[in-house]
Design a protein around this ligand. Sequence first.
Ligand SMILES: [Zn+2]
Length: 328
Amino acid sequence: MTAASQRLEVGDGPKAYEGVVATILLAGDAGDLGDMVGATLKYHAAIRPSSTTVFYLGDNIYPMGLPSEDDQGYQNARERIDRQVMVLKGSAVRGLFFPGNHDWQRSGPNGWEWVKRQQALVERELGAGSYLPGGGCPGPVEALETEYAQVVVVDSEWFLRSYAKPSASSDGCPTWTEEMVMAELRRLLTKKIRSATRIFLQHHPIESVGEHSHGSRCPQDFGCPSYDHMRLTELAALDVGRPLLCAAGHDHSLQVLTGSRGCEYFAVSGSMSSASDVLTDGRTLFAQSRLGFMRLDFLAGGKVRLRSVVVESGHPEGKVVFEKWLRE
Ligand SMILES: [Zn+2]
C-alpha cells in the first residue's frame, strides 16, 4: 500500500463520507485549543453540519475552569471556551459540553459554583441544554436519542470529588446518590430506543492505557479507591445494556480498546490540547499520542464507523490514522 492510498482523504469531499447519515465528533480536553486542531475539528464538523454533533468531553477550560468575572483569570478562561464555541457558532452543527475535573475548579472547594458558571456561559452562546448534565448534577442524562444512536452522559467528577456537590433532594438534581445514578443508568441502558446503538460518555475513562491508568495522583488516576470504585460500579451498570462504545477524555491520547465487561469498545479521545504518553496492551486496537479527536459515522442500515483524526500541518482536513467498523 502506498503512502497516498493509506491516507484517507477527507479533502476528497463527499466521497469519503458517502452514505453517512449522522456524525458524532468526540473532542476531549479542549481547554487549551490550538488553531490547527480547532481548524481540523471545524473542517470535520462542516462536512455534514446539520447531522453532526460535537461533544466536548470535559476539561473545557484549563487550568481550573471559569472564575468569576472580577477575577484576573476570567478573560483568559473565557477565551478558552470561546474557541470551542467558535467551532460551532454560525453553523448548523450541534454542540454539547460536559465538565471534567479541571472545570470543577480543578477539583477545588468552589467547583460546583464554577461548573454552574461555565454552564451559564456556554448556554448563553449555544442555548439551553447545551451543557450537560447541568447544575453540577451527576446525571446520567440522555444527550441524544435518535434513529441512529442513544448517547448517555455522566459527570464522572461528581463521583470523585470530596468537596461540595449535589447530594440532597434540595440540590435540584433528579439523582443525588450513587445508587440513584446507577439505577437511572441501568434504566436508560435498558429502555427501548429507536436505534441499536448505545453510547456512553463521561470525562474519566473506565478503561485506558494512558498516563492516568498508572499514575498516583488521587483521585484522578486508576488505583485510587474512589476512581476504582467508580469504574467497577459503572462497569456493573453498563453491563446491563452493553453500549457499543464507552468513550472519555482525561488521558491526553487517542485510544481504542476492545471491551469485555461493560462495553463492546472503549475509546479515549482526550488530545485536543496536548498529547501525552500512551501504552498498549492486549486490548489495544489503536493508541497514539497525537493531537486530534475521534469521529463516529453512522450509516444507513445501522452501520457505525469510528475514525481517529489527527492534525497535519498544511492540511485542515487532518489525517485519518485509524478506522474501525464498530458495527457492520
Ligand atoms: Zn481530566
